[in-house]
Ligand binder design. Structure first.
Ligand SMILES: [Zn+2]
Length: 261
């Protein structure tokens, strides 16, 4: 039997669908930090930068059995602390690596479980993916403060899921684009141009989701990056330190446990 809907009912249903679509898409941002001067949306809704004199290096897509240990070695040699946004599926595959990251003094956040685009995903999918990623980290003893959704895509469901878990969203203000750069020099040039106080730098400790050679190019750019931090009097810090009210950390030196090269 055909149901004849009154025009007002149709209009109302259309408004609901429209509102749902708006709720899904309007808050969406994809990174943006490189092209704006926005620091953060107050209340932990979303952050692109911190305050103070620090610079937060962040590594996405790990842990990776090939590259994460190498990245940790290079960071230790350069005296650079960092924040690792781990992918839940990789945590489950190589759980022991997360402990290695933590024991080295770095912070750990979540990067979701399946590394899928959030734009256009229904709320239940985003919640389930985040739940799975947090469960994976919990199994290795980590309860993260920070969430960086894959590709820096923040939709309405991303925001709701993050808030329901009291997670703070962290995107970035600088990147090396090592997945697209021709060589380490190009990665370094892009990074050095954006090293300012409060910067959040996007890097990767896995190339399982990007072209082979990406991490190697990034690693070769870390030495010049460390030199430039020293030259500008900037300290590498974790995200927690970058946003802490007290946080104006002094540049690390060999005397206070920092770089030794
Ligand atoms: Zn990623």
């Amino acid at each position: 039997m055909a149901v004849k809907l009154l025009p007002g009912v149709v209009a109302g249903a259309g408004a609901v669908v429209g509102a749902a679509a708006v709720g899904q898409w309007v808050p969406s941002v994809v990174a943006l930090g490189q092209w704006t001067t926005w620091r953060a949306v107050p209340g932990g809704w979303c952050r692109w930068r911190g305050q103070g004199a620090g610079v937060a290096l962040t590594f996405d897509d790990g842990p990776d059995p090939v590259w994460t240990p190498v990245v940790l070695d290079v960071l230790a040699r350069l005296g650079l602390p960092a924040t690792f946004f781990c992918l839940g599926s990789h945590v489950d595959a190589w759980p022991g690596l997360v402990g290695t990251v933590v024991e080295a003094g770095h912070a750990v956040g979540t990067h979701g479980y399946h590394h899928r685009h959030h734009l256009g995903r229904p709320p239940w999918w985003v919640v389930r993916d985040l739940d799975a990623s947090l469960a994976a980290l919990d199994r290795v003893g980590v309860q993260p403060r920070w969430f960086r959704p894959p590709y820096g895509q923040v939709s309405g469901p991303t925001l709701v899921a993050a808030r329901s878990h009291r997670l703070e969203l962290a995107l970035w203000s600088a990147w090396g684009r090592e997945w697209a750069a021709p060589d380490a020099g190009a990665v370094a040039t892009r990074l050095l141009a954006s090293l300012v106080p409060g910067a959040i730098v996007l890097l990767h400790d896995s190339d399982r989701l990007s072209p082979p050679g990406s991490v190697a190019r990034m690693l070769d750019a870390l030495g010049p990056l460390a030199d430039e931090l020293d030259r500008r009097g900037l300290a590498a810090v974790t995200l927690d330190e970058l946003v802490s009210p007290a946080g104006s950390p002094a540049p690390r030196t060999s005397e206070n446990g920092g770089r030794s090269r």
